[in-house]
Design a protein around this ligand. Structure first.
Ligand code: NOJ
Length: 766
């Protein structure tokens, strides 16, 4: 096979020798003047049509001045004004000078078109821009927040959700989403827990891959796929004390075992970009960590895309205390392996001088440029910079009935039924009088949760509206707000109690405001904000059955509610289709199937609390004071990881192992039979956990290794076979080597992490 044509070979040779010769010369004033002259020379545009990617990029690179190269490494934001998005004059000036490689937050099709036109018509080299945006859980059709989607444990549906988001975002001209956020998070005080998939590494990894597949599809140059970005690399979810942006200090072993795998999984799924995190790890901010960005990400994992920083992260190396000034910060970042500077402007302002002073080599910059140009090539932008721009038809591709229906399905599958005393749910649609109470019951403005993209709260359907549409014409719905989300005013209680007294049942819709989770939204208390719990207590005094519907971006401490109300639905923030989805569960049109991707603590004092804890040398023994426990509350959570109820019952048979002894190179299968023993069709998620009983270092009591989500009619059964491979038993030992140590492993199967049946498997060395 001929790799290059003869002419391209000549071209490449020339390209290699000539610029290298030039680059080896010190940058004297004359060559600087040469650069300036170069920038005035209008080049014949390169045609991508008859060139391969390598030749094209090398040719282009050879024509670029140092400043134009640095421009490619520069990402700026558009702002939002009264008339829509706009670009600051300063940035517009940079754009025209070819000093910008990508823009974000320019969300309307006309504006994106206009900016791309400037890039390809008014700049010397006509290099198209990449347009990025935080498409986190939908673009215009807003899906449940990622933590809610993770509760579905439905990888196909999560992928489909990301697909819809990509179709909508690409329709307006966006090429790049700053998602998925794959940070493992075990501290619900941290507001960004809402943006991830919860506490578990395995679940987080497979969801990360589903999202990457959904965004990127199989062909990046297709009009409706966008590039994904695994963020925030790394361990951002482990911010000390749950306080956003805070430091992280942890062993390499834990980092590699718990926090890095979802990032590695994203690379394996082909993710094209990575974003560095704001935090430091063991004293080194991620943005300056060569170990993280180059040694692990590029060398160990062979990531071939580009790395962008988080917003102004290079600048933040100064307050972190590892750089004395912007020049030092720029040098640290580029040397660590950062390719693109988001919003700090430090690459733009400092790199030229750093190259001139020979502190940073131009070759390093060239490599970063190559990686960014390669993505532009793969997106098809060099062949047609307007490939994604279709201002005329863009709007018709947003918020379509098909997209809303996927969002509704996703919302239904995200709702976790936490409690259902005496099968109070589902409610009868012919219920005579229903009181719907609470600050979020009729609310529309909070339903989209954090990061609502280009969503419009006016499209979201309130829960009250959903309920009204679901009940029989004879049913009387009474509504009272009761109180606000956050303030201390109890004046509305009387009206709420009065309508509760007139009703057969009460649906209380309580929770957080959308802004209370997401970035810079840490909480020290996880109680229902304001006087909402007081309202719930007043409603409880009426003696009416209370169904608590929660909207929130994180686990809340709801021990009182768990002990007192009849039913609890954890709905997180469900997006555009909130109302119909919640109503479908309340009235039984949808049988809830979600499972918690995160542990619910009884109180904040238990945090961090997660299912994969380790034993300690003094495991909890209630009869022995000197064991690892609290004296004022149990160690156990309020609701464990993997927990969630439905309207039917399931029975699981004892797990059967194909062998009880295998070698470290063999697989083992685990079989269970799941039977729907209830009266309605339903869906159960069967989970498989393992535990290494004795190892050279302490191991978690349980680690999720697989799961299956199965729908069964009443009375029917399904046989489930899990295959465990040697990889499932590997871990990082004390020297951070990835090893399998022969010995006894527990194999546990159950429908939540606290309730499992255990078998033992011996693994011997082959
Ligand atoms: C800061 C956030 O940490 C990050 O997640 C986001 O993608 C960028 N801002 C851009 O909006």
């Amino acid at each position: 096979m001929q790799l290059f044509s003869f002419s391209s070979l000549i071209c490449i040779l020339a390209l290699f020798f000539l610029p290298n010769l030039i680059a080896q010369q010190p940058q004297d004033p004359e060559s600087k003047a040469m650069d300036e002259l170069m920038s005035e020379i209008q080049e014949e545009p390169l045609s991508a049509e008859n060139m391969d990617q390598f030749t094209f990029i090398e040719t282009l690179l050879s024509r670029m001045t140092l400043e134009e190269k640095i421009g490619q490494l520069t990402l700026y934001t558009a702002d939002w004004g009264e008339k829509g998005p706009f670009l600051r004059d300063q940035y517009l000036g940079y754009l025209k000078q070819g000093k910008v490689g990508a823009l974000f937050n320019a969300v309307t099709p006309d504006f994106i078109y206009q900016l791309q036109k400037i890039a390809v018509e008014e700049t010397r080299l006509k290099i198209p821009l990449i347009f990025g945006f935080d498409v986190i859980h939908g673009f215009r059709t807003i899906f449940p927040i990622p933590l809610a989607e993770a509760s579905s444990w439905n990888l196909d549906l999560i992928e489909q959700g990301a697909r819809v988001a990509a179709q909508e975002a690409s329709a307006v001209g966006i090429h790049w989403t700053f998602a998925p956020m794959v940070d493992i998070a075990r501290d619900p005080r941290w507001g960004r827990i809402a943006e991830g998939s919860g506490e578990d590494t395995y679940l987080g990894s497979v969801i990360a891959q589903a999202r990457v597949r959904g965004f990127q599809g199989t062909d990046l140059s297709a009009k409706d796929t966008i590039i994904a970005c695994a963020k925030h690399y790394a361990a951002y979810g482990a911010a000390e004390a749950g306080r956003d942006y805070n430091i992280v200090d942890m062993s390499e072993q834990r980092l590699r075992e718990v926090y890095l795998p979802p990032f590695h999984a994203s690379v394996q799924a082909g993710v094209k970009t990575f974003m560095t995190s704001f935090n430091d790890i063991n004293g080194v901010p991620s943005t300056a960590s060569r170990w993280l960005l180059t040694d692990i990400l590029r060398r160990e994992w062979r990531f071939d895309g580009f790395i962008v920083t988080d917003y102004t992260s290079i600048q933040e190396l100064i307050p972190h205390g590892v750089a004395a000034n912007p020049a030092e910060a720029g040098k640290l970042a580029i040397s660590a392996g950062v390719d693109m500077d988001m919003e700090a402007g430090i690459f733009q302002n400092e790199l030229t001088k750093l190259v001139e002073k020979k502190i940073v080599s131009e070759a390093m910059i060239d490599d970063a440029v190559r990686r960014i140009l390669a993505i532009k090539w793969q997106l098809g932008l060099f062949k047609n910079p307007y490939h994604y721009c279709d201002p005329e038809h863009a709007m018709s591709k947003l918020l379509t009935p098909e997209h809303r229906s996927v969002a509704r399905k996703m919302a239904q599958e995200s709702i976790v039924l936490l409690k259902n005393t005496d099968q109070i749910l589902p409610l009868d649609k012919k219920i005579k009088t229903l009181a719907v109470i609470g600050p979020l019951a009729a609310n529309q403005s909070e339903l989209l949760g954090c990061w609502w993209g280009a969503g419009d709260t006016k499209d979201a359907i309130p829960i009250l509206t959903g309920i009204q549409a679901a009940v029989s014409p004879e049913t009387k719905i009474l509504y009272a707000q009761g109180c606000a989300i956050q303030d201390a005013n109890t004046q509305g209680f009387a009206e709420a109690v009065s309508i509760a007294n007139q009703a057969d049942a009460v649906v209380a819709v309580l929770g957080e405001a959308a802004w209370m989770s997401g970035e810079a939204a840490s909480r020290a208390s996880l109680d229902l904000p304001g006087v909402q719990e007081q309202l719930l207590q007043e409603l409880h005094k009426t003696g009416k059955p209370i169904i608590l519907v929660l909207l929130n971006g994180r686990p809340l401490t709801i021990a009182w509610a768990e002990a007192n109300v009849a039913a609890i639905l954890e709905c997180w923030f469900l997006g555009t289709e909130t109302g119909p989805a919640v109503a479908s569960v309340l009235f039984g049109d949808y049988n809830p199937s979600a499972k918690l991707p995160i542990t619910f603590p009884r109180t904040v004092g238990q945090i961090p609390i997660y299912y994969s804890y380790k034993s300690t040398g003094r495991p909890m023994d209630p009869s022995n004071k000197y064991t690892s426990k609290y004296f004022d509350i149990p160690n156990t959570p309020l609701y464990p990881f993997g927990y969630g109820l439905g309207f039917t019952t399931f029975q699981l048979s004892k797990p059967q192992l194909s062998q009880t002894k295998i070698t470290d190179q063999e697989n083992c299968t685990v079989q269970v039979t799941l039977t729907n023993t209830g009266k309605r069709a339903g869906t159960e998620t069967v989970q498989l956990y393992i535990r290494d009983e004795v190892a050279s270092i302490t191991r978690p009591m349980k680690e999720l290794r697989s799961f299956r989500k199965i729908t069964l009619d009443p009375g029917s059964s399904a046989e489930i076979t899990f295959t465990l491979t040697p990889k499932d038993f590997y871990f990082y030992n004390r020297d951070c080597q990835y090893v399998l140590e022969p010995g006894i492993f527990q194999i546990m199967v159950g429908c939540n992490s606290s309730d499992v049946m255990t078998e033992r498997l011996e693994i011997v060395k082959k």
